[in-house]
Design a protein around this ligand. Structure first.
Ligand code: ATP
Ligand code: MG
Length: 166
C-alpha cells in the first residue's frame, strides 16, 4: 500500500533536466485522507515521470503541472493537468499506441520514440487500472490515472513509513 503523495514526490525528483530548465512549477493538491493505493512503487513512479516529462516537453511556456486526487470505493483517481500545447481530438484515440507521435516533424527534435504513453497504459493495465486523457488544443491536457485502492485494514500512513524504501 502506497500514499499517492509519496509516489508523486518521488516522481518529481526523477525528471529530466529540461523540467528544471523550463522552470516547471508543480501544484500538488492531494488530501491527507486520500486512500492508499495498491501499486508497485517504481512502476507507478514511472507512469508519473512519463506524464510529467510529456507535460514539460509538449509545452511552449513555463510548464505548470497540477496534480489532484479523488477516490471512490474501488479506485483513487489522480489527475495530471498541464498547460501545454494540447492534443487535437483526432489523435486522442491513438495516443496510447506504441510509437504514435502527433507531430512527426518533431521526431528528430526532443527525443521521444512514442513509447511513453504505451508504457503508461501497459503499467496501468497490469495494475487493473486505466489511463485516460481530456485535452484541448492550445489550452492543455489532463491525464487521469485510475489506480486500485488498497482494500486491507491497514491504517496507512505510519505503517507505510515502516515499509518505506528509498
Ligand atoms: P517517449 O515518451 O517515448 O519519449 P513521446 O513523448 O513522443 O516519446 P508518448 O509519451 O507516448 O511519446 O506521447 C505520444 C505523443 O502524444 C507525443 O509525441 C505527443 O505528440 C503527444 N503528447 C503526449 N503527452 C502530451 C501532452 N501532455 N501534451 C501534448 N501532447 C502530448
Ligand atoms: Mg513521452
Amino acid at each position: 500500500p502506497l500514499r499517492v503523495e509519496a509516489v508523486v514526490e518521488s516522481a518529481m525528483r526523477r525528471l529530466p533536466q529540461q523540467a528544471n530548465d523550463m522552470h516547471t512549477q508543480f501544484e500538488v493538491n492531494v488530501a491527507e485522507d486520500t486512500p492508499l493505493i495498491y501499486a508497485d512503487k517504481l512502476r507507478m513512479e514511472q507512469v508519473l515521470v512519463n506524464l510529467f516529462t510529456n507535460a514539460v516537453r509538449y509545452n511552449t511556456q513555463h510548464p505548470i503541472i497540477r496534480i489532484t486526487a479523488h477516490a471512490d470505493e474501488h479506485f483513487v483517481y489522480v489527475d495530471v493537468q498541464d498547460n501545454g500545447i494540447g492534443i487535437a481530438a483526432e489523435h486522442v484515440d491513438k495516443l496510447f499506441d506504441r510509437f504514435y507521435r502527433v507531430d512527426v516533424s518533431s521526431r528528430s527534435q526532443s527525443g521521444g520514440t512514442g513509447l511513453g504513453l504505451a508504457i503508461c497504459k501497459g503499467i496501468m493495465d497490469a495494475h487493473g487500472g486505466e489511463v485516460h486523457v481530456i485535452s484541448k488544443l492550445g489550452v492543455g491536457s489532463t491525464f487521469t490515472l485510475s489506480i486500485p485502492r488498497f482494500q486491507g485494514e491497514e491504517n496507512g500512513h505510519e505503517q507505510e513509513e515502516n515499509h518505506g524504501r528509498r
